[in-house]
Design a protein. Structure first.
Length: 195
């Protein structure tokens, strides 16, 4: 299990590392839509397909990101954290996921051995981490905090909407809202007695 220090430390991938498996994606317009009640059902359907494809390779699977928070506006993309025994053992999970339509797009050994696979329809970003990964714990904590704290949920939604103008990649959009995200993390970590 990670220490409080490992969970609360904001970590970035190695800037010298090229994360793109097949080159960077083309720029896409970021669009924020009102919360959609079908998002949890969409997650459930996709999670069942992933479990069926991977069987015992699935250690855990969680709906994370903005679509997992009722009432929060978001990009119409389901974010899922998939825990496997070893993200480096791509042969164990990438081929079965490829069979059901996923494409491995990101490999970040320097950042928790993170892998990301993308499903085009419905849009899914499948984030792969190993057991007891600090980042996956952070994702669940952030989701649960936003579910329980409407003031921070509103602040985060405002930051998301403010980050859309400016264009560029989704990573550029994420960078523009990072200050707000980290401030919310710091509040939730203090409330949990971790800072």
């Amino acid at each position: 299990m990670p220490t409080f220090e490992e969970i609360t430390r904001h970590r970035d991938p190695d800037p010298a590392e090229n994360p793109w498996v097949n080159g960077p994606p083309p720029p896409e317009t970021v669009s924020i839509v009102a919360y959609r009640p079908e998002w949890p059902r969409r997650y459930q359907a996709v999670a069942e397909e992933i479990r069926a494809a991977l069987g015992s390779a699935v250690v855990d699977i969680e709906h994370v990101g903005s679509t997992s928070v009722e009432g929060l506006a978001a990009k119409d993309v389901i974010d899922i954290d998939l825990t496997v025994a070893d993200p480096r053992d791509e042969e164990r999970y990438v081929p079965p996921l490829t069979w059901i339509g996923y494409l491995l797009t990101v490999r970040e050994p320097s950042w928790h051995e993170h892998r990301c696979l993308r499903l085009a329809e419905p849009r899914v970003n499948l984030h792969v981490f190993g057991p007891d990964c600090a980042e996956a714990i952070r994702h669940r904590m952030f989701r649960d905090w936003l579910r329980a704290h409407p003031e921070d949920r509103a602040q985060y939604e405002n930051a998301k909407r403010a980050a859309v103008p400016g264009g560029g990649s989704v990573m550029d959009y994420n960078a523009r809202k990072e200050e707000t995200v980290r401030a919310i993390y710091d509040r939730l970590f203090r409330a949990a007695g971790m800072l």
